[in-house]
Design a protein around this ligand. Structure first.
Ligand SMILES: [Fe+2]
Ligand SMILES: [Fe+2]
Length: 161
């Protein structure tokens, strides 16, 4: 049994995870158009993972007999300045998602909701990985600056994901 506010917050997180998927799909489309095929591949896969994150919340709400609300989503930003711009925005977005997850854990603690707290621990660890992945790529892109060779090398590395 979850509290009404936790049910509301978990539904809000389903929306946030789908928004993440939309943002990364938009980045993938931009990257493809600009022939950054490695980044496009990385972002399509990232979007798939975000959908999986959303579905884990859906499944959890089923487990605890909560109401599931399918969210409406806003159109994501579609134009970017560079690969660095994409990955900096990705990192900022992941930090935002981390803060949301931490807020959910705080609510679970306040509600004495041990089951949801336990369920959320997977996301706490996942967010460490998510931020790390984006941060590493931002660092590499900053290192090569605007040198085309370096950018293409990083892009092709991202194609191997
Ligand atoms: Fe996620
Ligand atoms: Fe993520």
């Amino acid at each position: 049994m979850i509290t009404a506010r936790m049910e509301k917050e978990l539904n809000a997180q389903i929306k946030a995870e789908y928004e993440s998927a939309f943002i990364y799909m938009s980045m993938a489309a931009w990257a493809h158009k600009h022939a950054y095929f490695g980044t496009a591949n990385f972002m399509w896969k990232q979007a798939k993972e975000e959908e999986e994150h959303a579905m884990k919340f859906v499944d959890y709400l089923k487990d605890v007999d909560g109401n599931i609300e399918i969210p409406g989503l806003a159109k994501p930003e579609g134009s970017f300045k560079s690969l660095l711009d994409i990955f900096e925005k990705g990192l900022e977005h992941e930090k935002y998602i981390t803060s949301r997850i931490h807020n959910l854990v705080t609510i679970a603690d306040e509600d004495g909701d041990y089951a949801t707290s336990d369920f959320l621990q997977w996301y706490v660890s996942e967010q460490v990985e998510e931020e790390r992945n984006f941060r590493d790529i931002v660092k590499m892109l900053k290192m090569v600056s605007d040198h085309a060779n370096g950018i293409m090398m990083i892009d092709s590395k991202l194609g191997a994901r």
